[in-house]
Write a protein that binds this ligand. Sequence first.
Ligand code: URA
Length: 246
Amino acid sequence: MGLERIQKILSRTGVASRREAERMILEGRVAVNGRVVDQLGFRADPRKDHIKVDGKKLPRAEPRITLVLNKPKGYLSTVKDPAGRPTVRDLLSEVKWRIYPLGRLDYDAEGLLLLTNDGDFAYRLSHPRFSIFRIYWAKVRGVPEEKDLMRLRKGVALEDGRANAVSTRMLRRKEKHSWVEAVVTEGRNHLVKRMFAAIGHPVLKLKRVGYGPVRLGHLPIGQYRPLTAREMEKLKEQITKSGNQK
Ligand code: URA
């Protein structure tokens, strides 16, 4: 790991956000090897140097983890609910770190949800300029015709602006309902439900099966696994790429 800026070290240990850490440094509350450091450019090695904040030793930095959870319906994609409803945090009781969902899945939706304790990564990923592909399987009322699906791909007008699917695919047709795959690149609230409602085929069930390079696969419902190094690398690559495009 080597030398790193002090504010980065502080924010990773969870003592403060990056900005708060900067303020603490400027206020002279941070010492490295017994000497107060009040400059933001100062670097230290968190494994070798003794860093103290307000005279107290820093807690050990948490390892950065990112998990994939198969969220069941009936769980909120938050870590706390004032109304006491189940949240995805309840499914991660063995995870001792503070960990936060990356984006949201509706209470009644299920499937792939990423969670991380890596603040920098979460921040970069949540930025709207990164067009991460999200793959949804929607059970919808009725059977949309190809011309309806084409409308989804061309774009439908929603109250907060137009939205379109990058691709659509009919997965299964029944008499009264069907399953359709839709790939979108945005995380607007209830986006997929609103898009299908706009073409007259309201969503009855919604499942997310893909997010960028990550796939839900056969992960059982309610279970989670760490992101593989390869998935993490590809996700980071995608952020960098789409960030450079615009
Ligand atoms: N679109 C929706 O309508 N709901 C979700 O949970 C995600 C995307």
